[in-house]
Design a binder for this molecule. Structure first.
Ligand code: DHB
Length: 392
């Protein structure tokens, strides 16, 4: 009797061990899909290239196994058209059953998926779009990029402290541009300065020359610029042509206008330009040096910019969320897991505000300088742990 029980017990535990092993193998083979919606064609294609490169670098460094699951990255091109972003998001959720969506180059593309992700309860990680209000449009948005007011308020502070009494702003006429001009005006005027005119240029096919001439004629101390990063090359060529600095006008802006991917092609005329932003390829940390070196090695002819680093950090947030849920893909649990997450990025320390799901990070004041034959945004001042100032 006793012997039989022992034998049965042994057999039972042997069976249990085999069974558990089987489950482990099954779990490792279970795939968790991430749908990365990037803009890879059209005028904003540089944005998509960066975030895909950043996401792929993270996976190359950290592997594709997380919490016993296999991660599969599905990359889709939305061509920068909001109807496409929404359609692709629906397909990725319904057909591919993705656990996460990520990407979103332009604000209207992010806004287009808000109702879709809310209904499906699928988290969407914003890797570029920077209009403040986006994260309020769905409880499933988590942002790892930035908001424009977060970057602009420290720049307005810098301007006020550095003799800027009058300013003109020139921005792209949509969400992030409006956020930039409004945040700048409010803070500069609180500090005793004056924004004498707010100029808006169309987002699509902008011809900046007449707007820049108007700004020059107004003779402000400073001209504040914002356009989405892929448009910065054409803006800055026209800024240089008009020689605003020669007319005594300080040109300043968010780092979108001197992004690391395009800065070298803008030429030495932009040396000295002051911007505020959360990422510079010249950020002085061991983690960033490794990030830049490995990014360049994997992507010849590219240098990581703030979009590339956001693609990289977005993958980090998704990997860590899956670890916290033990590989479970319930969307609400994944969003909860990301709230309050804090980590070192190549940009510096960053965290996800548990109250707003928006990014909290250091904002640097930088100056374009030449180093080792290349143009860089050299950080010389920092405001620590900046939250978006517009969220309640
Ligand atoms: C947005 C897009 C950009 O490329 C950028 O540099 C800043 C903001 C946007 O559409 O929100």
């Amino acid at each position: 009797m006793q012997r039989r029980t022992v034998v049965a017990g042994l057999a039972g535990s042997a069976f249990a061990a085999t069974f558990a092993g089987g489950i482990q193998i099954a779990a490792a083979q279970e795939v968790v899909k991430i749908g990365l919606i990037a803009t890879l064609t059209g005028p904003q294609a540089a944005s998509g290239r960066q975030k895909v490169a950043g996401a792929r670098l993270f996976m190359a460094q950290h592997g594709n196994k997380v919490a016993g699951k296999t991660i599969e990255l599905i990359v889709k091109d939305d061509t920068g058209v909001a109807d496409q972003t929404r359609r692709i998001a629906q397909e990725l959720i319904v057909n591919d059953k993705v656990a996460f969506l990520a990407g979103f180059s332009l604000t209207p593309l992010a806004l287009a998926v808000a109702p879709v992700i809310t209904q499906a309860k699928v988290p969407a990680i914003i890797m570029t779009a920077g209009t403040s209000v986006i994260t309020e449009r769905s409880p499933y948005f988590v942002r790892v990029s930035f908001t424009l007011p977060q970057q602009t308020v420290p720049l307005a502070e810098w301007a006020a402290k550095n003799g800027v009494k009058t300013a003109v702003s020139l921005v792209s006429d949509y969400g992030p541009g409006i956020d930039t001009q409004d945040a700048f005006k409010q803070r500069l005027e609180e500090r005793g300065g004056k924004v004498v005119e707010q100029i808006k240029a169309p987002l699509a096919n902008p011809e900046f020359a007449p707007f820049l001439q108007r700004a020059k004629d107004l003779k402000p101390d400073a001209l504040l610029l914002f356009v989405p990063a892929p448009t910065a090359g054409s803006l800055m060529r026209q800024v240089v042509d008009r020689d605003l600095a020669g007319a005594g006008i300080k040109v300043i802006g968010t780092g979108d206008i001197t992004d690391d991917d395009q800065l070298n092609s803008m030429g030495d005329a932009v040396i000295g330009l002051i911007t505020s932003h959360f990422y510079s390829a010249a950020h002085d940390s061991p983690l960033n040096k490794k990030f830049v070196a490995e990014f360049k090695q994997a992507n010849p002819n590219m240098r990581p910019n703030f979009i590339g680093v956001s693609g990289y950090d977005g993958m980090y947030a998704m990997y860590e969320a899956l670890k916290k849920t033990d590989g479970k893909t319930d969307g609400t649990a994944l969003v909860e897991a990301m709230k309050g997450m804090k980590w070192e990025s190549p940009r510096g320390m960053m965290s996800i505000d548990p109250a707003t799901r928006d990014v909290i990070q250091d904002v640097y004041i930088r100056k374009v300088e030449k180093k080792d034959g290349e143009l860089y945004n050299i950080e010389f001042d920092v405001v620590k742990d900046v939250k978006d100032p517009l969220h309640k």
